[in-house]
Design a protein around this ligand. Sequence first.
Ligand code: SAH
Length: 278
Amino acid sequence: MSADHKPGSLLKPAVAAAKTANRRPGFPASLEAVVPSSGRAPVAAPAARARPAVSPVVPRTQGLGLDSEAVRARMVQKLAAQGISDPQVLAALGRVERHRFVDSALVGQAYEDTSLPIGLGQTISKPNVVARMLALLLQGRTQPLGRVLEIGTGCGYQAALLAQLATEVYSIERLRGLHDKARENIRPLRLPNLHLLFGDGMLGYAKGAPYAAIIAAAGGEAVPAAWTEQLAVGGRLVAPIHVSATAQALMVIDKTPQGLVQNVLEAVHFVPLKSGIQ
Ligand code: SAH
């Protein structure tokens, strides 16, 4: 685990913010001038202002005169129609601006139900799968979700959603380039309960244990022992796991006072869980 980014140290003075503030267009870039975005979404990035409308990528919604909040609302409606019913999950997906987490060339696809490349051969999962996994984490809970561990920060999108739903979130990424990218993406959102860590998530993160929930965004051959060890009794783990050489399925493991209870759900397709850091 890298010591350069300890929990709590996420929000450093925004010296590096200037470096990245104008990197991505707003959504849609050419409408920002006429659609004020201030104060709309609690997790909006105030520093990220639109570039002039020079991007060749014209968001599909432009002709409809929608801003990103309306487009997100439509995405949420579709997710609800597809069976995602947890109101907290839907609210979080409506708040977090997914287009801030993808490269500028992909902004126009940010609210489609599709996975998108985020660099270094990795992908941001499709909203439906993210919503499904988050709903599984919250299922049957009467109390708010406590400490959560995420394996595979990627661009930081799911981590930002988790930060809306849990009291503390520890998210680990093994690729330095993506860990840094996630830090840049997350910084303007000011989420003091989200701690980004650089390290091998197959080892979990013992310092934050026990966790009320553990969620993996990369598919392994089996569930690493560290994960179930670091799960609290009463906690739930949701992870894609290989059920054959080529097929993965979503696995839910509940840690009960009597032991681990495992359920294999629908087929999924995630990038591989790998050991070590790079
Ligand atoms: N939740 C992410 C999805 C990223 S894809 C998002 O919202 O963007 C899955 C990520 O898991 C990749 O970035 C990959 O590098 C990472 N990963 C794979 N094995 C890992 C490991 N052992 N520890 C930490 N991260 C890992």
